[in-house]
Write a protein that binds this ligand. Structure first.
Ligand code: NA7
Length: 561
């Protein structure tokens, strides 16, 4: 086999541009795609088990989400003390967050710190974009690379392929008529330039009012000349009450960080043990008590509002009470009644992920900020100097697309992934992303997906979810190696049952009652299938059982003779 040492990654990685005899041993135990938190930790855990692993990353640095999403005001919506790795006590003791909710630069610095602290850079090839991977049945390994197939490029052969490409990594750029005619600047929140963007004095339009739009709008409003917000669906935003990290809280958490992590892992979303949800119904208290309890949690800030009662996400009538509480907050915050009415969402609260904000609604009281409701004035076309919505021309110098992502499947479906018998993932997932345990796909042996469809990442503190899945994958790979198993593949029965389970769980909630990215509803033509699983602890238990019971739902095959 002809191999040459890679540049950059010095560890055990080797590359080949020639076609390799398919029966020879693969040079890698696993190839990991993506150097965000999932890829970094996967490499660390693989090494800890003596597995020969390489990470390839398309960007020129590590950090994933926090590398790309550097738009103004980008900030995490889970508290910093929780949104961090718990696998290494020295790391969590040493690292000091500066704010209750960390901003993007600090999160990116943290990812870099992790890469340095655990000597991960030696196993990462940057500026290396995977284009495809094909399962080689004879050799029971993946042939993956930057030009798999005919175009020649770098190729790796790996027993296992771990996709750590992130659920929110392919931006959605809607096909607005005439956008290419626009002569001003067009920016997407998820592909923000590294250099600061100076909007002073400019007429800026923001399209999209999800988390990225809300944070961008709030941050740039004081800097721009005129800000026009184009809103298709109004968002629920709850206050972050962000500020410098409370040193007393930090000391309290650090006095027993492992215990804190453990308590969080037992929460439905893997976070929030500092103020757990109440275990009684919104209808079990008087209207006055209800208001006061909502208010108490509103004052604390963040996602805890949805834990005021135990039926807010399972009972539409209870949910409506919480929704109306927030709408009243919007009406109180926004001076112009017509603007306030347009900002009031009508879908169930929490059905789309809540935005955690700092003064979002009050931003619309600024004289330089205007809301355009696309429900009544849809975008018709862009022009060289702005856009036309509802028959009115809006002159603009710059446009910010805060239009979200082709979530959970978009990145994988843009790759040339081919499993057993040349099965293309695009064909396999034509009607939706079938999977088992949110980790594996029938027809694609030895392929593991982190934070993908069928897993809990979208409803969980994603770092907690990543740690769990990575540890499960690493333990599984070690087990398989020790038992002489060369390939693992989900069974069709297990896959069908898992997808049904994910949808059954969602069906008990209000999550099917709006057009969210959880359903694929934000992308025209995308199959509507509820993708994430709700409930972290039950998922952890199920994955543990599968491991302990010798992998029911999977077929295992020894190395071919
Ligand atoms: P989101 O939450 O998907 O928000 C995207 C926003 O862009 C949302 O308001 C969309 O309206 C709007 N959008 C999308 N396409 C269009 C078109 N064609 N026209 C007008 N408006 C459009 O993405 P974010 O980046 O804000 O946040 C993603 C996740 O990151 C978030 O859930 C957190 O987990 C962090 P819609 O609601 O679809 O009507």
């Amino acid at each position: 086999m002809s191999t040459t040492s890679t540049t950059g990654a010095t560890a055990t990685a080797t590359t080949s541009t020639s076609t390799t005899a398919s029966t020879s041993q693969p040079e890698l135990d696993l190839l990991i795609v993506g150097a965000g938190f999932a890829g970094l930790y996967m490499l660390h855990q693989a090494r800890a088990r003596g597995l020969n692993a390489l990470v390839i990353e398309a960007a020129d640095s590590v950090g994933g989400t926090w590398y790309h999403n550097r738009y103004p005001g980008a900030r995490v919506d889970i508290q910093s003390m929780e949104y961090s790795f718990g696998f290494d006590d020295a790391l969590q003791q040493d690292w000091c967050w500066t704010e209750r909710y960390a901003a993007q630069p600090e999160l990116l610095a943290y990812a870099n710190h992790v890469a340095d602290r655990f000597d991960l850079r030696s196993g990462i090839l940057l500026n290396t974009r995977l284009t495809g991977a094909h399962w080689d049945e004879a050799a029971q390994c993946w042939q993956a690379g930057t030009g798999t197939g005919t175009s020649g490029g770098r190729t790796w052969r790996a027993r296992h392929l771990v996709l750590a490409t992130g659920p929110l990594s392919t931006p959605s750029e809607p096909d607005f008529p005439g956008l290419s005619d626009f002569k001003g600047q067009v920016l997407h929140t998820a592909r923000w330039p590294k250099e600061p963007v100076d909007f002073s004095g400019q007429r800026v339009g923001v399209i999209g009012t999800g988390s990225s739009g809300v944070q961008t709008i709030t941050t740039i409003a004081p800097q721009v000349g005129q800000l026009t917000v184009f809103q298709r669906t109004a968002s629920y935003a709850v206050p972050a009450h962000n500020g410098p990290l409370d040193v007393a809280l930090e000391a309290q958490v650090k006095a027993d960080y492992p215990g804190f992590r453990e308590r969080n892992r037992r929460m439905m979303g893997g976070f929030g043990s500092l103020l757990p949800p109440n275990n009684f119904s919104a209808f079990s208290v008087s209207a006055e008590q209800r208001e006061s309890m909502f208010e108490g949690r509103w004052q604390i800030g963040g996602f805890v509002l949805l834990g005021t009662f135990n039926d807010l996400i399972v009972n539409p009538a209870a949910n409506e009470l919480a929704g109306e509480f927030v709408r009243n907050k919007i009406r109180a915050a926004v001076h112009d009644p017509a603007t306030a009415a347009a900002l009031c969402p009508s879908h169930p609260i929490g059905c789309k992920r809540l935005c955690v904000d700092t003064g979002y609604y009050a931003t619309f009281n600024r004289p330089n900020v205007r809301l355009v409701d696309l429900q009544t004035a849809p975008i018709e076309r862009f022009t060289a100097t702005g856009l036309v919505a509802g028959g009115e021309e809006h002159p603009l110098d710059a446009i910010v697309l805060a239009t979200g992502f082709d979530a959970m499947t978009g990145t994988l479906l843009r790759l040339d992934l081919r499993g057993r018998g040349g099965l293309a993932l695009q064909d396999k997932w034509q009607a939706g992303p079938l999977n088992y345990l949110g980790l594996c796909v029938v027809g694609f042996p030895n392929l593991f997906n982190i934070s993908g469809p069928g897993a809990t990442a979208a409803f969980t503190n994603v770092i907690v979810a990543i740690e769990h899945q990575v540890q499960w994958i690493a333990d599984t790979l070690r087990d398989l190696r020790d038992r002489g198993v060369a390939s693992i593949e989900a069974t069709p029965e297990a896959e069908t049952a898992w997808v049904a389970h994910v949808n059954t769980v969602a069906g008990r909630t209000i999550y099917l009652n709006c057009n969210s990215w959880y359903l694929g509803a934000n992308i025209p033509g995308k199959p509507r299938m509820f993708m994430p699983l709700f409930g972290f602890p039950a998922y952890v238990q199920k994955c543990a059982e599968v491991q302990q019971q010798g992998y029911p739902g999977f077929s295992l095959a020894p190395l071919h003779a």
